[in-house]
Ligand binder design. Structure first.
Ligand code: SAM
Length: 280
C-alpha cells in the first residue's frame, strides 16, 4: 500500500498502538491512504480552510486532509487509545493539527477554528445522523461551516439526497436539501474498512447555501416535517392534526391536498406549509 506522507503505514500504526477496533465506538477504520486522500479531495480546496474532523481514529482521513493542504485540522476523538498515533501526525505537520480527546456532541469548534471551516468525518451511524441534523438546524444561517463531507451507511446517504415519491424521502432529505446542495460523491464497499462492516457506505458532500431555497422558519419547518414523516403512511390531514386545529385549511392554503401523504410533498410544499403555520 503506498503512502502519502513519511509516517508509517496505518496497519503498522494500529499494531504499534494496539488499536483493536471497538464495536461500541463504531470503529471501522480506513487504512488505504490513497483512499483517504481521495475522500479529503471531495471536501474541496482546503488550502485556505480550517477543517473540523470528527472521529479521526488512527488518523487515515486526518493524514489525507493534511496532505491535501488543509490550513489547520481540529480532530475530535472520543477514544483516548488513538491519541499517541494522532500525536505522531501532529508532529509531522507542525502547527496544523490539534487533537481533542472528547465527545463531538459536546465541543464548540469555534473556540478552536477560524472560518472558513469545512467539516469532514467518517463517523458511526448514530452520532453521524445526530451531528448532521444539528449542523443543518443551527439558530443562524449561514452556519459556521461552508461544507460537510461525511461518510454514512449508503442507506443513510440515500436518505439525504432522496427525492419526493421515493421510500428514502423524509426528514433528512427535506432538512438537507432546504439549505444545502447535497450529493453522493463516492460509494465504498465493506472491504474498504477494517474490520469490514455488513453494509455499503457512501460519502455525501453538502455545501451550505447562502440562503435557504425557500423561505420558512427553521423550527416550524422541522416540527412540520417530523410530524408528517412520523406517520408517513397517513394522509397529511391526519398526520398533522396536532400541528394546528384547522390543518385542512392550512394545507389547502399551502397548495397541498389534505389527503396527500408526506412522501408526495416536495420541499417547496413543506416550506409553504411551514409559512402558513407560522402565520399563527
Ligand atoms: N476516521 C477514522 C477512519 O476513517 O479510519 C475512524 C472512523 S471510525 C468509523 C469512527 C471514529 O469515531 C472512531 O475512531 C470512534 O472512536 C470515533 N467516535 C465515535 N463516537 C464519537 C464521538 N461521539 N465523538 C468523537 N469521536 C467519536
Amino acid at each position: 500500500m503506498s503512502t502519502i506522507d513519511a509516517l508509517p503505514p496505518l496497519r503498522e500504526v494500529i499494531a504499534t498502538h494496539d488499536l483493536r477496533a471497538k464495536k461500541s465506538l463504531g470503529q471501522n477504520f480506513l487504512l488505504d491512504l490513497n483512499l483517504t486522500a481521495k475522500i479529503a479531495r471531495q471536501a474541496g480546496d482546503l488550502s485556505r480552510t480550517d477543517v473540523l474532523e470528527i472521529g479521526p481514529g488512527p488518523g487515515g482521513l486526518t493524514r489525507g486532509l493534511l496532505a491535501e493542504g488543509a490550513r489547520r485540522v481540529l480532530a475530535v476523538e472520543k477514544d483516548a487509545r488513538c491519541l499517541p498515533a494522532l500525536a505522531q501526525i501532529a508532529d509531522a505537520y507542525p502547527g496544523r493539527l490539534e487533537v481533542l480527546n472528547g465527545d463531538a456532541l459536546e465541543i464548540d469548534p469555534l473556540a478552536y477554528l477560524t472560518p472558513p471551516i469545512r467539516i469532514a468525518a467518517n463517523l458511526p451511524y448514530n452520532v453521524g445522523t445526530e451531528l448532521l441534523v444539528r449542523w443543518l438546524t443551527p439558530k443562524e444561517w449561514p452556519p459556521f461551516w461552508t461544507s460537510l463531507t461525511l461518510m454514512f451507511q449508503k442507506e443513510v446517504a440515500q436518505r439525504i439526497v432522496a427525492q419526493p415519491g421515493s421510500k428514502a424521502y423524509g426528514r433528512l432529505a427535506v432538512l438537507a436539501q432546504w439549505r444545502t446542495e447535497a450529493r453522493i460523491v463516492m460509494d465504498l464497499p465493506p472491504q474498504a474498512f477494517t474490520p469490514a462492516p455488513k453494509v455499503y457506505s457512501a460519502v455525501v458532500h453538502l455545501t451550505a447555501l447562502e440562503h435557504p431555497k425557500h423561505p420558512a422558519d427553521a423550527a416550524v419547518l422541522s416540527r412540520v416535517v417530523a410530524a408528517a414523516f412520523n406517520q408517513r403512511r397517513k394522509m397529511l390531514r391526519a398526520a398533522l392534526k396536532g400541528i394546528a386545529p384547522d390543518i385542512e385549511d392550512r394545507l389547502i392554503a399551502a397548495g397541498i391536498t389534505p389527503t396527500q401523504r408526506a412522501e408526495e410533498i416536495p420541499l417547496e410544499g413543506f416550506c409553504a406549509l411551514a409559512r402558513e403555520i407560522a402565520r399563527g
